[in-house]
Design a protein around this ligand. Structure first.
Ligand SMILES: N[C@@H](CCC(=O)N[C@@H](CS)C(=O)NCC(=O)O)C(=O)O
Length: 210
């Protein structure tokens, strides 16, 4: 059985990505949640993750222990187990990888100023010019995907892919900070919000005591 080590549901945006990807393709895994921002956090994470960060995936099937850290690398590993996590067509797959890598390495202003905090309501806050530029680029990606792949299904590339998982924390950020988007992007946001797995993650975030 896979083990996925994650942080707090309310704030650990990096953890949500592979967690959602695994849930969407029904890969069974044991969830190990570590409380962040505590004196013992560093030691707790280091027991599993060589980078000292979560998420971290451990696969002990087939008699060997595979440890994968970095959210995008974990998603890639999951896609080896469940290839449907990337679009079937080569061009769509390349684009899905590109936007996923862009999300993984970019959008610094958004990540810094609009932190994921599912329990919070901060409508209209954190709108610096840099955040505005990040939002504009996100909407450009989503609109572009939806204009070309809507006929194939309700996700960015038609069927659910790692690209949707990579942008999932932004969905919660846009709810918390009340960011409005054009109709095609709004439809995608609503598709994401209606996923049982997203509801499950939100429920865990709301239930946490801190
Ligand atoms: N680039 C990493 C980022 C991971 C990361 O920053 N994780 C945070 C939680 S969301 C963490 O482990 N924080 C714990 C700490 O720094 O003590 C990834 O994609 O997985």
């Amino acid at each position: 059985m896979l083990k996925l080590v994650i942080g707090d549901h309310n704030t650990s945006s990096w953890s949500l990505r592979p967690w959602l990807a695994a849930k969407q393709v029904r890969l069974p895994f044991e969830e190990i949640a570590i409380r962040l921002d505590r004196p013992e956090t560093r030691d707790d994470i280091r027991r599993y993750s060589p980078s000292g960060r979560v998420p971290c995936l451990i696969d002990e099937a087939d008699g060997e222990r595979v440890v994968v850290w970095e959210s995008l690398a974990i998603c890639e590993y999951l896609a080896e187990l469940a290839p449907a996590l990337w679009p079937a067509g080569r061009a769509a797959r390349a684009e899905a990888r590109a936007v996923s890598a862009e999300m993984h390495s970019g959008f610094a202003a958004l990540r810094q100023n609009m932190t994921m905090d599912i329990r919070a309501s901060r409508r209209g806050q954190a709108r610096t010019p840099e955040v505005g530029r990040d939002i504009a680029r996100l909407v450009q990606i989503w609109q572009s995907c939806r204009s070309r792949y809507a006929t194939a299904g309700p996700f960015l590339f038609g069927t659910f892919s790692i690209a949707d998982a990579m942008f999932a924390p932004v969905v919660w950020r846009f709810v918390t900070y009340g960011v409005g988007v054009p109709p095609a992007s709004q439809e995608w946001l609503e598709t994401m919000l209606s996923l049982p797995a997203m509801r499950e993650w939100q429920g865990a975030a709301l239930a946490a005591s801190h």
